[in-house]
Design a binder for this molecule. Structure first.
Ligand code: SF4
Ligand code: SF4
Length: 414
């Protein structure tokens, strides 16, 4: 597709049309489904400008880091679609890459197990694409980072010429919406992931700072977003699949995440990662970001309910005294809640809870809410989608009043 000049509008948020001098290039492509016929041209459209910007991949090695959290059923919106992974690998191989490999560290199954469950193992093998879990973790030296200290991350990414970050567009109880930057959390050692959740507790800005630090270390050359089928509502574990029929890509994950958020109906400044990147002077200047196409016009995603205290942190920073925070937090919060009909008592949620504020009682999870940090790891990893966020009664009331005054309606998942 030829590069188009477009006028900056609400979706491009002041970014300039791309030309050969624009250092960061974002691209969007419509994609109706996961067939090769639909995916291949869309992927080429968003990837080729990135490959060009990287100086080509001929004779180079590429590590794919797909979001492979788990695979429960066909078209599971928790993970990047299997066809998206295969076709991306093919685009790199056809562009001359000497080696393409898939590395990830899913919480419960291994990378090869998930790819097998997805039904793409044999095809990847026939293409010569290896798949493995990260195993070689190393403490990273601190950057200019605010909080990146003593974090162990997978070192394998250094063995490749390029990293390609393949993310799913999905809602997230803690981070609201997650795309490419959050997907890199998979490079963090599993034990450290829990420790980090525990360390930052309810301070979502701190968690965002850590993700940004991680991004600065890994700096994927290629960033791709699977938004053909997204997850809305109670993400990241028990959300609803919903089609938005596009894919996006770009040479800068922060710029791409912000542009994708806008397309999916969320002001990027409402996302902790974007807010913190801007506050730290790390978000690219609008004039350095070029968009090759008019971004798609989409119905906004239905978002998970957010604790009022989280919104206060976003908008007021540290302005709320601690002694008020505690009782306010208790009243205005979203709690994890189990659906006993869906729960099979497997105990994965207990294993994944960073502060161990969860135990099985009578075969079902029993939450110790005063010690729960609302990270929603239990929800994210529940294989049955049995855990849902539930607002307190006070919070439901406050939200309803807020909607009344602002004249907005609640967005419901379909
Ligand atoms: S809530 Fe989910 S993860 Fe926890 S025991 Fe039940 S099925 Fe397993
Ligand atoms: S109960 Fe769930 S939301 Fe609460 S801390 Fe444990 S994993 Fe996080």
């Amino acid at each position: 597709m030829a590069e188009k000049q477009i006028a900056p509008d609400a979706a491009t948020q002041g970014n300039t049309p791309a030309d050969s001098t624009t250092p960061i290039r974002l691209a969007f492509a419509p994609c109706t489904d996961y067939t090769t016929q639909a995916l291949r041209p869309a992927l080429e459209h968003v990837l080729h400008p990135q490959i060009k910007a990287a100086g080509g991949v001929s004779g180079k090695t590429v590590m794919l880091k797909p979001n492979l959290l788990a695979w429960r059923k066909a078209n599971d919106p928790q993970a990047v679609n299997p066809r998206f992974i295969v076709e991306t690998a093919k685009v790199f191989l056809d562009a001359g890459a000497s080696r393409v490999a898939i590395l990830e560290n899913p919480a419960v199954q291994t990378t090869p197990q998930i790819l097998r469950a997805m039904g793409i193992s044999d095809e990847l093998k026939s293409l010569g694409v290896d798949a493995a879990n990260f195993t070689n973790y190393r403490k990273q030296p601190p950057l200019d980072a605010v909080c990146f200290r003593n974090l162990e991350i997978a070192d394998e990414f250094r063995e490749y010429d390029f990293v390609a970050d393949l993310a799913k567009a999905k809602t997230h109880g803690m981070m609201t919406l997650t795309f490419c930057v959050k997907n890199l959390f998979g490079l963090v050692n599993g034990g450290d992931r829990l420790a980090w959740h525990l360390a930052v507790g309810r301070d979502y800005d701190k968690f965002a700072d850590m993700l940004i630090d991680l991004y600065l270390v890994v700096r994927p050359a290629f960033n791709l977003l699977d938004a053909v089928t997204c997850m809305e509502g109670n993400g990241p574990g028990s959300g609803t699949p919903t089609d938005r029929n596009f894919i996006a890509g770009g040479t800068d994950a922060l710029a791409l995440d912000a542009a994708a958020a806008r397309v999916l109906g969320v002001d990027p400044d409402e996302l902790h990662i974007i807010k913190r990147a801007k506050a730290r002077g790390l978000f690219p200047a609008p004039e350095s970001v070029g968009i090759l196409d008019t971004p798609p016009v989409c119905e906004p995603l239905a978002l998970p309910e957010r604790p009022v205290m989280d919104m206060a942190q976003l908008h007021l920073g540290v302005g709320i005294p601690r002694w008020i925070q505690k009782p306010l937090y208790k009243a205005l919060v979203v709690n994890p809640k189990v659906d006993p009909d869906k729960c099979v008592g497997c105990g994965v949620c207990v294993k994944m809870c960073p502060p161990k504020s969860l135990k099985l009682s009578g075969g079902k999870p029993d939450f110790d809410l005063p010690h729960c940090i609302r990270c929603f790891c239990c929800q994210e990893h529940c294989p049955k989608g049995a855990i849902e966020p539930k607002m307190t009664r006070t919070m439901r009331f406050v939200k309803a009043v807020d909607r009344l005054f602002r004249g907005t309606k609640k967005r419901k998942s379909k």
